[in-house]
Design a protein around this ligand. Structure first.
Ligand code: SF4
Ligand code: SF4
Length: 146
């Protein structure tokens, strides 16, 4: 990918530009979003915009699918292992009633929350923005397999 000289988290690329940078179709990008693999920045008009960090994240997902042969469900299952409860420090009661704590198939940000996470912005939450980055996922898997 060509060097993109913009702040890492600034959402500036339209969905068409993001698709072009990633060499995939807009349809595929939309499908990844529907599957909950990433959360785009949304303007009030609902237009999606992507930052350089978003594009790097999606490139990581593409590599996992194309090179490591991990399915979309596999990627979601890996994301679902991120211990959000430990990072956010939600209460025992909240996690007991939370699909993200009890399930093992979907990332926490794909649930319709009625708990502490209802008030939080997933895109800027470190569970999404930091712990689901490629390098952090690898560390997580290594720590689980130790
Ligand atoms: S999604 Fe939120 S409430 Fe649920 S377990 Fe994770 S941090 Fe706790
Ligand atoms: S705010 Fe969103 S990304 Fe962060 S822990 Fe809650 S559901 Fe997950």
């Amino acid at each position: 990918m060509n060097e993109i000289n913009v702040a890492q988290n600034e959402p500036i690329f339209t969905i068409s530009a993001a698709a072009q940078l990633l060499k995939i179709s807009v349809h595929t990008l939309r499908m990844y979003e529907r599957e909950g693999l990433f959360i785009p920045y949304k303007k009030k008009s609902n237009q999606r915009l992507f930052s350089k960090a978003d594009i790097e994240r999606i490139q990581c997902i593409r590599n996992a699918i194309n090179e490591s042969k991990i399915s979309i469900n596999g990627i979601k299952a890996i994301y679902s292992l991120i211990p959000c409860w430990d990072i956010v420090k939600c209460s025992e009661e909240e996690r007991k009633n939370c699909g993200a704590f009890n399930g093992e198939h979907n990332p926490c940000w794909t649930y319709d929350h009625k708990n502490v996470c209802k008030e939080r912005d997933c895109r800027s939450c470190e569970v999404y923005s930091k712990y689901s980055e490629c390098c952090m996922i690898k560390e997580l898997i290594k720590s689980i397999s130790r």
